[in-house]
Structures are given as structure tokens and as C-alpha cells.
Design a protein around this ligand. Sequence first.
Ligand code: ADP
Ligand code: MG
Length: 418
Amino acid sequence: MTEPTAPVPAATPTEDAVRAGVVSGFSALYGYEPDGLWSAPGRVNLIGEHTDYNEGFVFPFAIDRRTVLALALRQDRRIRISSAFSDTVIETTVDDVRPETLSGWSAYPLGVAWALGNVESFSNADEGAGVDDRLGADLDTVPGFDVFLDSTVPIGAGLSSSAAIESAMALALNDVWELGLDRQTLAKVGQLAENQAVGAPTGIMDQSASLLGRRDAAVFLDCRSLDAEVIDLGFAEAGLALLIIDTNVSHSHATGGYAERRASCEEGAAVMGVPSLRYLEIDDLPRAEERMSETTFRRVRHIVTENQRVLDTVRTLRLEGPGAIGPLLDASHVSMRDDFEISVPELDLAVETAQANGAIGARMTGGGFGGAAIALVPSATVPALETAILAAFAGAGFATPTMFVVNAADGAKRESLD
Ligand code: ADP
Ligand code: MG
């Protein structure tokens, strides 16, 4: 969790080059050919921040940056895994893979191998999970595997390189172990791995976007029911592009502010006597304000208003198209900055500069405390906006941000080997 943010290379290798590199990397490392290739994308959250673990609404899309992995089954129960990002091969066995035995980057993919045997069916506050809800596969007889992977998702930028690696692994093992789990369950597997093996108390959003995403569309996800609806974005048709402005300020999910915000949300729900903040609406806010500390109330207000903004964004997209959602993005940023207090000066500057230079809407995205902002901007304006942001960051004495346009892409899939 502490690795520095990897700068995005000026020219990102094409998906073809990454696929070829992963196959040749696998062969060079292990001395034989992989059985197959799987990939899964990172994601950007258009709107709905910190609402996922409050059983609310999120609206992310899968991006055209992916983790690609080559995998082969073995005759025994051994596991070997390596990444283009690391010099070492991690070795273990299917029997030894448990949250307590995992650490470092391999906790993400190997946590998935463990979670496939331990996931429970999705349960919500209305119907608690019982013994019968155990969906985890029986891993007592499955063979071990060798994996080599690479990724074009920038690490630690809030674009969920973690979900990309988890989702690629979950889909690959579901295929080769013939587990027959559906994609919603695989999302839960990735979340379980991240919560238990990595120790990051994150929600279900990232894995859902990575597994359920579609080209030119976003995933409207109800994090209570897990109902997911794929909604056309229409950015290209409207001449709009989504620019990522990665501040290169590193964030960490496992410690500090993230866990604190989560605790405040739980406290707010408990005070209001509801299972989660999802059950509160805008009209409940005056009552909430009377009952809790000023800080807890602002945390609660962010979640409640953000849920409403997600619903408004989906409705606005359908009724008026993408050109009309800008004010909702702007309002989301203000709420995260002032009520949830998860922005940093670099993110605020990115958003303000975008808004002043042609963006129709902008906000920080991801967990906060660093990472990236997004700006929805007429495509023709992108170069001028990039120049303005570089100048603003230089003027403020901030590190140079990394900027690139993302397109909504397909979710996790098996790739052809040739
Ligand atoms: P984010 O998901 O925002 O990129 P996280 O801190 O949640 O940031 O996850 C990043 C971590 O995921 C990295 O520090 C590393 O441990 C792991 N990871 C992601 N992609 C790879 C990769 N291609 N190879 C090795 N580890 C990776
Ligand atoms: Mg992550």
C-alpha cells in the first residue's frame, strides 16, 4: 500500500503490446506457454463517492486501461505469481493461501484465490446471510497455477489498479477452476480479498465496474441490492471527453482518513437508527443535524446528498444527455471538499482550473487524500485545458500532474492468446 504513485508513461503501451509482453514474460519466467490470457480494467467514478459502503448509489465506468494476466494450471497445488512491476516470484500453495499468510502486492491476486472459497452470497440489512448463503467454491481439489501479469492502470491514482488485478484474477480462476460464479459474485470475491487479505475496508464499487462495465457506458450500481444497470454515456456523440488529472499525490486506503470516514458514517447511521446511511433522504437531514456532532453531521450530509446526485445524474443523462450533468459533478466536489473533507489543495486546484478553462463539470474522484480529479470537457478544449493546469500547478509549486483522456471500456474478459 505504500508504493509511490507510478507515473504514467507519455505513450502508454497499446493493449496489443501489453498482451504480447505478458505472454512472452510468462514464457521467459516459467519456461512454458500459458493456458490463456485474461484482462480487467481500472475504473473511474463519474459520481457517487464514499456511498458504496453506505449501501448507496455509485456511477463508475470501466476505463481503457487494463491489467492483463497470463495463467496456466499446474499438475500440483503450487502457486507462483509475478508481475512486470516486481522482480520477484511469489511462491505458495493453494492450501497455504489465507489472509494471515499474505502480504505485499500479491495479497490482491492471491487474496482472490482464497476469497473464491470463502465468499458469501450478497446479503443486505433486510435479510442477513446465513450458513446456506455460502457460495464459496470447494477448493480442496483444485490445481495450483502460475501467473504473470502487467498493467496499464496507473497505481495508486484512484483508478483502481487494485480492482483491475482482482477482477482479472477472479475471472481467470473462475474459468480455469470451472467454478461457475456470476460476475456479481466475482465482484464480491474481489471486495472480500481487498477487505480481508489486503486489509483495506473498501466497498463493492470498483470490482463491479471492472467486471460489469461496457464500452461507452457507465454502471449505475445500487450497492444495497447489487442491482446494476448499464447506462449509455454518449460522451463521444456529444463531443465530450473525460480528462483524468492525476495529481501524483499518493493516497493510502488501509490507514487514516478513509477508515475514519467510514466510522463516522456508521456512527451517523447508528444515531439515526438506520442500518446504513442509504436509508436517509434529504428531508431527514434537519433531524440528523440535531442529533449528532457538527463533524459527523457533515459526513452524513455528504453521503445523503451524494446519493441524490447520483440519481439526478442518471436521470439527467437519460433526459438531457451528458452536456447537462456538469453542475452535479461540480456540486459533488464541493461536498467532498467541505463536508466529507477528503480533498487536498492539488485536487481543488485541478477542479477550479478545469472549471475556469472550459470544463462543463469537474470533481475529485476516488477515495480522496490524493489521487485524481476528472473534468468533463469539450474534446477540442482538452489541449488548452492541459496547458492551463500545468501552468496552475507550476505556479502553486505543486508536483507536475499527469493527464490523460479515458474512454468507457468493456469489463473483465478472456483475451485471445494470438
Ligand atoms: P489504486 O487501486 O487506487 O490504484 P490501491 O492502493 O488500492 O490503489 O492499490 C494499488 C496496489 O495494488 C499497489 O500498491 C500494488 O500492491 C497492487 N497492484 C496493482 N496493480 C498491480 C500490478 N500490475 N502488479 C503488482 N501489483 C499491483
Ligand atoms: Mg484500490
